[in-house]
Design a protein around this ligand. Structure first.
Ligand code: MN
Length: 744
């Protein structure tokens, strides 16, 4: 029996097909009409005929003539994105160079260089996108490279993808899944970033339909079941507002808009709630017909009238009027308490802002002339170009970084001179420092945000004015990677750390060489490899590094055998066993005082217990662990009693030797009155007067009180005690406590 692929019935006669194609073409022209200038019509006709002729024998999986696809893509570009004649021509031709006999030269000869370049970009994208999944990240990078040439490439590509998603039904399941996941991962975020909100939403919903068919159907069904009830509520909510706005003489539209299935589902997942528990199934939108000079003022007036009627939530107010998003989005969002105590989101914007919200970039261009907006898109593209140019990383990393630093929502902050910098949400003072210059980044020790001193890990907010404080003595450390979010900062910190590690390792190299030669072994790759694998390290660089920082002292070298000048692995060392006090580690006798951090200290491998984070000066004891040597706990550690009771024979007395070079991370918790300037006072005391390094600081204010958690480096307990004392003397501070837990 022969297996035949089933294609949906498609039974139009040739004549009917021709008519259908022409009808589609005429609709396209109608939509494009306001933008057609003399001479354009002929060009469009040529493009249409060229494409129709070239695709003549091709059909889509659904059985339709292929040309209907480029026609549909062109209509999306015109009607849903707002693109013009040139983009329409490119859309009509977008699959020709790829799939037919038409060459790029043909296109260039007929339509000129600009159009040929865009078609070329579109061809390259489809060339790279379809190879295989493991290359996706690399592909994406290439897409971005073309994107930066001309953003229209990506807009047309999005239209192409949208039409393919709308017609995904006729594809095989496997293909559906692949295309749908690619859509969620790459295209929907891109659409969002270009400001194409409705396309983004539709892409997400369509993808979900294939990726999570059951959830999709169930939410869609519940939405339609609850529609009546929702409409009633929306009407009740809108009624008083309508009356007020009419009375005030506004020309406006107000309506309720359902949230997308995908966003509802997202919320259900994120907050693990049921459909019934998602409160914002819709948003209210107010569209104002206002002049560009008055629109901002009008939006605020409407805002004030709405919040007179319903109480707003102070936390959920978004002002994208004063600071539009870089994708051009402008609006005022607020969430108010509606009837029956339900929270309702209200979006206020003018018709112009609405068009930008729907059509994104293209509409923005349309309105750009005449305004003095120093294009934020240009800045965005500029940043992408920079990132692509400095990039040697592997593609997966790149994609991840790209997603976090370029597709994320962003904030605007100001330099002391008032220049605007765009950064992703969550950026810290350190990200800002790196965004100015990497030389400033690596030397950053703190910042002044709105004239207040903050640590480098301080999270910035839109509108902050930031001044970086730097010192030539500063060096990046591993911890920095924990609080930067921009790709640039991350890369530069990693570079600096690698460089630092290489330098340190170089010193270790000489120690290894000397010790090997003293032992009678050669300094060669074989012996280094043997040592590396004996200490279970990832590379020889790591070995040199660990030796250099004295984590490894090569004392075990004498356990090795020599074959000529080649090292041979020793038999595995006996592990420390509980019931045998005599172990292979030479421990000081019980009750003897073990001095750590003195000159004799390099012989003892110790770690500081994570549970209580001891610092020099604390009452401590050592606990012999299997494998890790000695762990130092505080005597008042919550685990101490248990350890001493059950494993008394493994406890050793320890005390601290003075050491002013090493500092230790500890935490303090401060509770006090929430008063302007209190954070300033605290940070001034810590970093200014006492010159201590802050690792992280979080301040939470609630009902007139604040609680601050500060992670800080101190040398010893004396220093910490002084800090606590001084903090307590500050006005408005109630309590200061040390905390030890790792992640408080
Ligand atoms: Mn296509």
């Amino acid at each position: 029996m022969e297996i035949v692929e089933v294609i949906p019935q498609y039974n139009l006669t040739e004549d009917q097909e021709k008519k259908l194609i022409l009808r589609e073409y005429r609709s396209l022209l109608r939509s494009l009409k306001p933008k057609i200038k003399p001479g354009d019509k002929e060009l469009l006709r040529t493009a249409f005929e060229m494409s129709a002729e070239a695709h003549k024998t091709m059909r889509r999986k659904s059985g339709e003539p292929y040309i209907l696809h480029p026609l549909a893509v062109a209509r999306i570009c015109v009607e849903e994105i707002g693109l013009g004649v040139r983009s329409t021509i490119c859309s009509l031709l977008h699959d020709t160079v790829e799939d037919t006999d038409i060459t790029l030269e043909d296109v260039e000869r007929e339509f000129g260089n600009e159009i040929a370049r865009i078609v070329d970009g579109l061809t390259k994208i489809s060339n790279v996108i379809d190879v295989n999944a493991s290359q996706q990240a690399e592909n994406f990078k290439k897409i971005l490279l073309t994107l930066t040439d001309d953003p229209r490439v990506i807009l047309i590509k999005l239209a192409d993808r949208l039409h393919n998603m709308r017609t995904l039904d006729s594809m095989k399941r496997e293909k559906q899944l692949k295309i749908a996941s690619e859509t969620v991962y790459v295209y929907a975020p891109l659409a969002h970033r270009m400001g194409l909100y409705s396309i983004k939403t539709e892409l997400e919903d369509l993808a979900m339909k294939y990726l999570e068919p059951e959830a999709y159907r169930s939410i869609a069904q519940k939405l339609s079941e609850t529609k009546r009830e929702r409409s009633r509520y929306i009407n009740e909510f809108i009624k008083p507002l309508k009356e007020k706005l009419e009375k005030a003489g506004f020309d406006f539209e107000i309506y309720g808009r359902p949230k997308s299935i995908h966003s509802i589902w997202n919320k259900m997942q994120k907050k693990s709630v049921t459909f019934e528990e998602v409160y914002d199934l819709f948003a209210i939108r107010v569209l104002l017909n206002s002049t560009p000079e008055k629109e901002k003022e009008d939006c605020w007036k409407v805002y004030s009238m709405i919040t007179d009627e319903y109480i707003p939530s102070t936390e959920r107010m978004r002002d994208w009027l004063s600071n539009p998003k870089s994708n051009g989005y402008e609006a005022l969002h607020t969430t108010v308490m509606g009837p029956q105590g339900k929270w309702v989101e209200v979006q206020i914007r003018s018709n112009r802002m609405n068009e930008i919200a729907e059509k994104g970039l293209a509409a923005h261009w349309k309105y750009k002339e005449g305004t003095n907006d120093e294009s934020r898109f240009d800045k965005w593209f500029q940043q992408i170009r920079e990132a692509l140019n400095t990039e040697n990383n592997d593609s997966i990393d790149f994609l991840q970084d790209f997603k976090t630093s370029f597709l994320a929502e962003e904030i605007f902050v100001y330099t002391p001179k008032g220049d605007v910098k765009m950064l992703p949400v969550g950026s810290t003072a350190l990200d800002f420092a790196f965004s100015i210059h990497s030389a400033i980044g690596v030397q950053c020790i703190g910042a002044k945000v709105n004239h207040k001193l903050v640590p480098i890990s301080h999270k910035l907010r839109s509108g902050d004015q930031v001044e970086i404080i730097s010192s030539s003595k500063q060096k990046p450390n591993e911890g920095w990677l924990g609080f930067v979010v921009t790709a640039k900062a991350k890369n530069k910190i990693k570079d600096a750390l690698k460089e630092e590690k290489r330098k340190t390792a170089d010193e270790g190299k000489y120690i290894v060489q000397r010790k090997l030669e003293n032992f009678g072994a050669a300094y060669n790759q074989h012996n280094i490899d043997i040592l590396t694998s004996y200490y279970k390290l990832s590379s020889s660089l790591e070995l040199f590094y660990q030796v250099s920082i004295k984590n490894i002292d090569l004392k075990e070298l004498k356990e090795f055998h020599l074959l000529g000048d080649r090292l041979e692995m020793p038999k595995p060392a006996k592990p420390v066993v509980d019931n045998k006090p005599e172990t292979s580690i030479s421990l000081p006798k019980k009750d003897a005082e073990l001095i750590i951090f003195g000159e004799s200290s390099d012989k003892i491998v110790y770690t500081l217990a994570n549970c209580c984070k001891p610092i020099p000066g604390d009452d401590v004891f050592g606990f012999v662990t299997t494998g890790k040597g000695l762990t130092i706990h505080r005597t008042n550690c919550p685990n101490a009693a248990k350890l001493m009771a059950s494993f008394g024979h493994r406890v050793v007395k320890t005390k601290w030797a003075k050491n002013k070079e090493i500092s230790f991370l500890t935490g303090i918790r401060i509770v006090g009155m929430d008063d302007v300037g209190v954070v300033n006072k605290i940070t001034n005391l810590i970093s200014g007067e006492l010159r201590l390094n802050i690792n992280a600081i979080t301040i939470e204010a609630k009902e007139g009180l604040f609680e601050g958690n500060i992670k800080i480096y101190v040398h010893d307990k004396e220093e910490l005690d002084e800090l606590v004392l001084r903090l307590k003397q500050l006005k408005g501070i109630h309590t200061v406590d040390r905390f030890d837990a790792e992640n408080v």
